[in-house]
Design a binder for this molecule. Structure first.
Ligand SMILES: Nc1ncnc2c1ncn2[C@@H]1O[C@H](COP(=O)(O)OP(=O)(O)OP(=O)(O)O)[C@@H](O)[C@H]1O
Ligand SMILES: [Mg+2]
Length: 252
């Protein structure tokens, strides 16, 4: 499904990614773990066209993503829940969700039809909205409320729901559990398993390596812009290097 091949990214003279390669197969949850500043967000931004690649390629099935704008990568099926949620606080929950679907057809929502007209002419948006509301009943309850007034966990659900509105083939999530209480972290991770079981493919960046490895099928460890360890999630959970560096366990 997703292939990252030898990708390098620089910010001016700072090299953030060095020849990173990874694969996410159809129907897998793959997690990317690593310390602060390792380059995890940069990799997701490189896949989604937010930052340009210096070298390498990114493929989604037979489609080359490298060089495309982030708008186009969404249209091709890459859903992105960026770091820090980034919902539109002054807009309603429902409007935040409908905005997520605009890229679905690559149409400018503010074109001739106007906002409401555009919405009414796309029944798939209505059905996606119903799907998201079924997944997150709390968002249905709060649909008229301003997004900024939601709790942290609710905003995270909104961010995931918004990405799902674009009917993605693969969902990329950057630290969805950041700042959430442990029970909400479990909820979000359970949701990812459910989405995977329903056929979605997922690339998950997580600080909480133990939690991520428990839900993932495979994992990659990134250090200073390089992939240093990869393997089945269950094996990584018991890998001494991973345990020592990321799971807070001293190796006997
Ligand atoms: N816009 C930017 N300009 C310059 N340097 C940047 C920029 N964005 C990131 N960097 C640098 O690139 C490196 C990788 O950053 P990145 O945000 O990808 O790390 P991360 O693994 O996501 O970290 P965290 O876990 O803290 O979110 C860091 O050294 C960071 O300072
Ligand atoms: Mg980051």
């Amino acid at each position: 499904m997703l292939r990252v091949e030898g990708v390098s990214v620089s910010y001016g003279r700072v090299t953030a990614l060095r020849e990173v390669s990874l694969i996410v197969n159809d129907g897998e949850i793959v997690t990317l773990i690593g310390s602060n500043g390792a380059g995890k967000t940069t990799l997701l931004n490189a896949i989604t066209g937010v930052v340009p690649l210096k070298n390498g390629n990114v493929w989604l099935d037979d489609c080359r993503l490298s060089g495309l704008s982030s708008h186009k990568t969404v249209r091709l099926g890459v859903g992105y829940v960026p770091e820090g949620r980034q919902t539109f606080g002054a807009m309603s929950v429902k409007d935040n969700l409908t905005l997520g679907s605009y890229s679905q057809r690559g149409r400018n929502p503010l074109s001739t039809l106007g906002y409401v007209g555009w919405f009414l002419h796309h029944p798939s948006i209505q059905s996606n909205l119903e799907m998201v509301f079924k997944l997150f009943p709390i968002l249905k309850e709060r649909q008229k409320q301003q997004a900024g007034s939601l709790s942290g966990g609710e905003q995270q659900m909104l961010a995931v729901g918004r990405a799902l509105m674009s009917s993605p083939k693969i969902l990329l999530l950057d630290e969805p559990s950041l700042g959430l209480a442990p029970n909400l972290v479990r909820e979000i991770l359970k949701l990812l398993i459910r989405l995977r079981d329903e056929g979605l493919t997922i690339l998950l960046v997580e600080q909480d390596a133990a939690a991520a490895l428990k839900v993932a099928d495979r994992g990659y460890v990134m250090e200073r812009g390089r992939i240093t360890i990869e393997g089945k999630a269950k094996e990584l959970l018991f890998d001494d290097r991973v345990r020592q560096a990321y799971l807070g366990k001293t190796v006997a």
